[in-house]
Design a protein around this ligand. Structure first.
Ligand code: C2E
Ligand code: MG
Ligand code: MG
Length: 594
């Protein structure tokens, strides 16, 4: 054994290696030099606490590869319990089952446990000799110092590993979408920024495709989110198989995906759109059902349509909005789209102002019985006349209100105004017979407390005077909730009509469970029923179905006497349309019909 000052110096020198990948290798070599021991090993105790993996093993002047051994039946087993543990002679005989001791012809052994700074056991350090052991007095001190170094190093590495794996998990959370396994919006935005930078340097083009699944929300609402997630995962895997070199796909959230194409041209982008879209053609089979899914695609190119990531993204999104309304379901961004968007923003601003300042009004369109010809009610239709934009149709401003989260205040205003009108007619000595029906938008049906809100507003008018028109597609957004809402409203005495019937996808099972009393036949069928035998058949089916369900029918958009005649022949109960009366303001309505 080396002189003490040399031994301690050598150990101290080794501290310079702390924190480097060679720290353990150096340490075992030095200890071997200090002790004159042929074999030195540092082992890490594995989580089962029964096995050890060598992190450094110095044997006869060279490092051995990593090995794993079980503690039981070896002297190392005792190290873990002791401070410094010594077997000064005959170790092989004491531990006959240890192959290593036999193989290396070991005579004696000294070991010491390694502890982390917090004191818990993490490994061991052992010196093995092929001669009997005679430890000098300071040897144990040397071992303790070496063990402290090794323990600190091992703990540091464990910490590092832990940090790396949690960093990894954090990375996963930050950049990956857990449902589809695809990169997420954040990851895409970083990629996009990088790609724009590169494309600028190389003077090349980038393409951005914004894909949005059609009617996915409906599937999610009617089939449940779990199945919705499975469908998304399937779609993601189909898209992934389409990815070609230079393309990068991400899920932005919801039913939106994005593909980034580097170094591309419009024709290549069009091909890519076809590829991704075609991958959705085979229906998705899940839970013994078949789902046909398609996508709308908006596309924008760098630098033509946007010279930075933000504007390129925004323009692809504008193009997507146009694509959703277009038959082809695909649109490349054009500069006029941006102007339209500006228009849209102006419209939004002016609408929210009109609603806030009470500048909206109601028009009333009469409904008549086909049997008696008498007035049976009216529909209240919202009107917006803007000083600058002129008359804006509800087909435009209702979706606007939905986009801006203003549908509830709008709906409440309409109901309130309808109630006031009934009271006003009454006061003028012209009581309104039948029911005044107000429209309830699809989005209002998302509110589970809709029935309560309606009852709270309509307290001044008997519920028998009021009807609510709910669109068929709105009813099917969340059918179970619709069942509850319609039943509550029916119980409260309101009448309920299913508006635009024939255009949605209601299932007959639900139709029976919704507490609606009237089907309003969509005007598209009524208007073509005399020209198209197909539409005639639809109208007669709807009427027959309503009769079996014990429901009334009101045909909308009746513009000609012949249509009214044909409807009467089919047994339709009520009519509404320009032929009988256009929507007019409350005063005119009273003059004409009350
Ligand atoms: P809707 O509830 O199906 O209303 C019937 C629409 O058909 C009205 O259009 C009405 O003016 C029009 N119409 C009535 N008879 C005829 C006809 O003979 N020929 C033709 N071509 N059209 C006829 P309007 O007022 O433009 O309303 C459009 C849609 O906007 C309504 O469809 C309804 O879904 C919605 N809407 C209107 N007012 C409100 C409202 O206060 N709240 C909500 N949520 N939606 C409303
Ligand atoms: Mg209606
Ligand atoms: Mg309608």
């Amino acid at each position: 054994m080396m002189a003490p000052e040399d031994a301690f110096r050598l150990l101290a020198d080794g501290l310079g290696k702390a924190g480097t990948p060679q720290a353990f290798d150096h340490l075992v070599e030095r200890i071997s030099t200090i002790f004159g021991g042929e074999h030195v090993l540092i082992g890490k105790l594995l989580s089962d606490e029964a096995t050890v993996r060598t992190v450094a093993f110095w044997s006869k002047g060279a490092l051995l590869p990593v090995s794993v051994y079980t503690l039981i039946g070896t002297p190392c087993e005792h190290v873990l319990n002791d401070e410094v543990c010594e077997f000064t002679a005959d170790v092989r005989q004491r531990f006959p089952d240890s192959a290593l001791l036999q193989e290396l012809e070991i005579e004696s052994y000294v070991g010491i446990p390694l502890r982390a700074p917090d004191g818990h056991l993490i490994g061991l350090l052992a010196v093995l000799f092929s001669r009997p052991l005679e430890l000098v007095s300071y040897a144990r001190e040397v071992l303790r110092i070496a063990a402290a170094q090794a323990g600190a190093e091992m703990a540091r590495r464990a910490e590092e590993e832990k940090r790396r794996s949690s960093d990894y998990q954090i990375q996963q959370l930050i950049y990956w979408d857990s449902i589809t396994g695809l990169p997420n919006r954040r990851c895409l935005m970083e990629r996009l920024e990088e790609a724009c930078e590169q494309a600028r340097l190389r003077d090349s083009c980038l393409g951005l495709l914004y894909l949005d699944l059609q009617r996915f929300r409906q599937i999610n609402d009617t089939q449940g989110h779990e199945l919705g997630d499975q469908i998304l995962a399937e779609i993601a895997s189909r898209f992934s198989t389409q990815v070609e070199p230079g393309e990068f796909i991400a899920r932005l959230g919801g039913d939106e995906f994005m593909v980034l194409l580097t170094d591309t041209r419009p024709a290549a982008m069009a091909h890519a759109i076809e590829r991704y879209r075609n991958s959705l053609l085979p229906p998705i089979q899940l839970a013994e059902r078949s789902f046909s899914i398609s996508a709308s695609v908006g596309a924008a190119m760098f630098p033509r349509d946007g010279d930075n990531a933000q504007s390129l993204f925004q323009h692809a999104s504008i193009a997507l909005n146009h694509a959703k309304r277009d038959n082809s379901r695909t649109r490349f961004f054009t500069s006029t789209m941006a102007d339209e968007l500006q228009q849209h923003e102006i419209l939004q601003l002016r609408f929210s102002d009109a609603l806030a300042k009470g500048k909206l009004s109601l028009a009333f369109q009469p409904q008549f019985s086909l049997k008696t010809g008498k007035l049976i009610g009216a529909e209240a239709l919202c009107r917006w006349h803007d000083e600058i934009l002129g008359h804006v149709s509800p087909g435009t401003f209702i979706p606007l209100a939905e986009e801006q989260g203003l549908i509830r205040p709008l709906g409440e205003w309409v109901l309130e105004a309808a109630c006031q009108q009934i009271i006003a007619w009454e006061r003028q000595g012209k009581p309104f017979p039948g029911r005044l029906c107000v429209n309830v938008s699809a989005q209002q049906m998302d509110d589970p407390r809709l029935a309560e809100h309606i009852q709270r507003i309509a307290t001044r008018v008997p519920p028998g005077k009021l009807g609510l028109e709910l669109t068929e597609s709105g009813l099917m957004r969340n059918p179970e909730q619709t069942v509850r809402i319609t039943r509550a409203l029916c119980k409260a005495g309101f009448s309920l009509a299913i508006d635009d019937f024939g255009t949605g996808y209601s299932s007959l099972t639900y139709l029976k469970r919704f507490a609606a009393d009237t089907l309003k036949i969509d005007m598209s069928f009524v208007q073509d029923m005399l020209k198209s035998s197909h539409d005639h058949a639809i109208v007669s089916t709807i009427i027959a179905m309503a009769q079996t369900l014990g429901m009334l029918t009101v045909a909308e958009g009746v513009e000609e006497a012949e249509q009214a005649e044909a409807l009467r022949a089919l047994g339709c109960t009520g009519v509404q349309g320009f032929h009988f009366g256009r929507p007019v303001d409350g005063k005119t309505f009273a003059e004409l019909w009350l």
